[in-house]
Design a protein. Structure first.
Lengths: 110, 294
């Protein structure tokens, strides 16, 4: 999996591409760790080019979301690809995360 | 999200409406204690296959899972997904069973239940391969093959620093196996098999040796039945055995093939005539022994 990190001032963006599975979790964790520090970190995770997530990856996204929420922020999933969207749906996780689309890919929704 | 892609809409149709006719493709997913990834696997397969527009069905053949694999799948209530649970001798017991027949048995139950013109058997950890499905299918529809067998690509082996000895050893094994067993043993199988329905029915009616790797049996029996196999290199990132010792696996293959050959010489493979087998499987029955054709 390729990870591109774009830190901002309290709001950060991580772009992922490829497969996000158990093997990729350590790299993802080390990439986002510094971005989840208080106060109120908001981490946008762009999943437009992610073709698969497994349960370990979902657990890691949840962990990041929990950490960010505890610090007053949260994780926003951006441009979720079709396979990932379906996986989030059938694992009943769509209600946990805020999801959005950028203008280039479709109508933005909170 | 308010933007639904064509792929997503096709998936929603697939999970909302039962197919009105027979599927073009049956995807058979053998599963053994896959609770950690089975939903992700189904989630990866379903939109990809639904986007092809052609009708398809998913058959999950449980192999004696003792975890929540079956319950997780049942909760989905997908109208075009069949879950075959436990059981022996190809019978679906309808309840979790402590017995079964292992992976080969699960696959055979799945293939026997398949209604598609083409049958794809995909390991639960190989869902990434579904993206190449159409390229695999073309070997059946356009090139005249009966079976497409995934195998680990040669470049993966070379990238792993395979030694000169192993390459020579591999060629020696290939020659030996081809001459001795009539099997074109290439790279280690890579987690998927795609059949025409006729080929699948003929082969799986003969699959009676549960303890041997089913891919080897397919290779062996396909040769005996005159079926054409196309071996396709795959470079699946979720291949759990990507570092497998090719020398050891070759030796295992020879040992297994020897046992399969002995099994065949003792005429223990079940029949035969394609039309008979096809009709029997259409009735969800396994035919009686008649002896394999030479």
């Amino acid at each position: 999996m390729r990870i591109r990190s774009i830190p901002g001032d309290g709001e950060h963006l991580i772009e992922l591409a490829g497969r996000f599975d158990a093997q990729e979790v350590p790299e993802f964790r080390s990439a986002v760790e510094a971005l989840l520090r208080p106060p109120a970190p908001v981490l946008r995770v762009d999943l437009a080019n992610v073709v698969f997530v497994d349960s370990s990856a979902l657990a890691e996204l949840l962990r990041a979301h929990k950490t960010a929420k505890a610090a007053g922020g949260g994780v926003v999933l951006r441009n979720v690809s079709d396979p990932v969207r379906v996986i989030l749906e059938i694992t009943a996780l769509t209600s946990v995360f805020t999801m959005e689309k950028t203008e280039a890919l479709g109508a933005a929704t909170p | 999200m308010t933007f639904d892609s064509q792929t997503y809409l096709a998936y929603r149709d697939w999970v909302s409406q039962r197919l009105s006719g027979p599927p073009q493709v049956s995807v058979v997913l053998p599963a053994h204690n896959e609770e950690a990834r089975v939903l992700a696997t189904v989630g990866a397969i379903a939109p990809q296959m639904s986007a092809r527009i052609e009708p398809w069905e998913l058959i999950v053949a449980d192999d004696r899972s003792t975890d929540a694999t079956v319950e997780l799948l049942e909760d989905l209530r997908f109208p075009n997904m069949t879950i075959l649970v436990g059981g022996v001798d190809g019978r679906d017991t309808g309840m979790a069973a402590s017995t079964g027949g292992g992976r080969s048995s699960a696959i055979r139950r799945g293939v026997t239940a398949a209604r598609g013109e083409f049958v794809l058997v995909l390991d639960a950890d190989q869902s990434a391969l579904i993206r190449q499905f159409d390229s695999y299918l073309r070997h059946l529809t356009e090139d005249g093959y009966d079976i497409v067998l995934g195998s680990r690509s040669p470049h993966r082996a070379s990238a792993g620093g395979e030694s000169g000895f192993r390459r020579v050893f591999g060629k020696a094994v290939h020659t030996l196996v081809s001459a001795g067993f009539g099997v074109d043993l290439g790279d280690p199988p890579g987690g998927f098999l795609l059949f025409t329905r006729d080929a699948a029915v003929s082969l799986f009616a003969l699959q009676t040796v549960e303890q041997y790797p089913f891919e080897l049996q397919v290779q062996y029996l396909a040769g005996r039945l005159g079926l054409r196999i196309k071996e396709v290199p795959v470079d699946s990132p979720d291949s759990a055995d990507s570092t497998r010792d090719t020398t050891r696996s070759s030796l295992h293959a020879i040992k297994d093939l020897s046992q399969i050959k002995v099994h065949d010489l003792r005429k223990r493979f079940v029949p035969g005539k394609r039309s008979t087998v096809r009709a029997a499987v259409d009735r969800q029955l396994i035919p009686k022994k008649k002896g394999i054709p030479s």
